[in-house]
Design a protein around this ligand. Structure first.
Ligand code: SF4
Length: 292
């Protein structure tokens, strides 16, 4: 990832730093296994309504099939990432008192988790935008918004639950798009008109072969890259905001300078130790033969 002098304007709260936007399941009351619902599908072996504990959840909030989620049909659980909202809500907003100890708080806690996850995800993207831009104005806007969202994510529960998320999403989107344009402009075109016309926001690239191609600077925001072959490709400066990476082949791909890549996207893809990742992201365990 590029670093810039603009990043020296750090946000005020340490709660906004990227390491605190990583899940800490040991300090969470399994909120992802309770608050959200899922339907029986290729990703989940059974139906589970929102607001109820998964039948595989143990009393200590651990998953009883953690080591065999994929073979047992729970691939969706290995893809999900709360961006650190779980421990924030469990230990921050609810001061370490679980929904099991205090069932009356259950609905509020689950609602808070859903709200906080959105805020934490926004913080994740804004941290990257701030780091990648060389424009002092864009950096300043990112810092301001990180602080606003950070305060909401660590403030009072009623305020969290009454936030105008549509407005926040729109402000975040504006900054992310400006920084994306700036970053992508610094990469040269591939010199391949056919390739460039295919690489568009929201493009249907399902199953396409981009192996060993230089895709640098492309705007693949919201693109469908399901099962696409990206092996040994160069995705430096590619905007991947919300791109669907399910089963995309990433072995040997260079994602180290890709823009707006998240852990859930990686978790959904197929890669290996030869895949180059941005510094804040981890190689999913199933890439090296583990099933969780
Ligand atoms: S299978 Fe395990 S990780 Fe998935 S929701 Fe159930 S308890 Fe949670």
């Amino acid at each position: 990832m590029q670093t810039t002098s603009a990043d020296s304007t750090a946000p005020a709260s340490p709660a906004l730093a990227r390491p605190s936007l990583r899940p800490d399941c040991g300090n969470c009351f399994a909120l992802c296994c309770t608050a959200f619902g899922f339907s029986r599908s290729a990703d989940f072996a059974l139906d589970k309504p929102a607001g109820s504990p998964c039948q595989n959840l143990a009393h200590d909030f651990s998953c009883s099939i953690h080591d065999s989620l994929r073979p047992r049909g729970f691939r969706g659980c290995t893809v999900f990432d709360c961006f650190g909202a779980g421990q924030n809500v469990s230990q921050g907003f609810f001061a370490g008192k679980s929904w099991l100890e205090n069932p009356d708080t259950k609905n509020e806690m689950f609602a808070a988790f859903k709200a906080a996850r959105q805020l934490h995800e926004m913080l994740w993207y804004l941290a990257e935008a701030q780091t990648r831009t060389f424009d002092p104005d864009a950096s300043h806007r990112a810092v301001q918004l990180r602080n606003t969202i950070g305060h909401a994510a660590s403030g009072a529960l009623p305020e969290l639950l009454s936030l105008d998320f549509q407005e926040l999403h729109s402000q975040v989107r504006s900054i992310l798009m400006d920084v994306s344009e700036e970053v992508r402009a610094s990469y040269f075109a591939a010199g391949d008109d056919h390739l460039e016309s295919a690489l568009k926001p929201g493009a249907d690239l399902i199953g396409k072969n981009f192996g060993s191609r230089r895709l640098c600077g492309a705007d693949l925001r919201g693109a469908y890259l399901i099962a696409a072959d990206l092996r040994d490709s160069d995705l430096s400066g590619v905007d991947l905001l919300g791109a669907d990476f399910r089963d995309a082949r990433l072995e040997g791909a260079d994602l180290s300078k890709a823009l707006y890549l998240t852990q859930p996207q990686l978790n959904a893809a197929k890669g290996s130790r030869t895949t180059l990742l941005p510094p804040d992201l981890e190689m999913p365990s199933h890439w090296h033969g583990h099933n969780s």
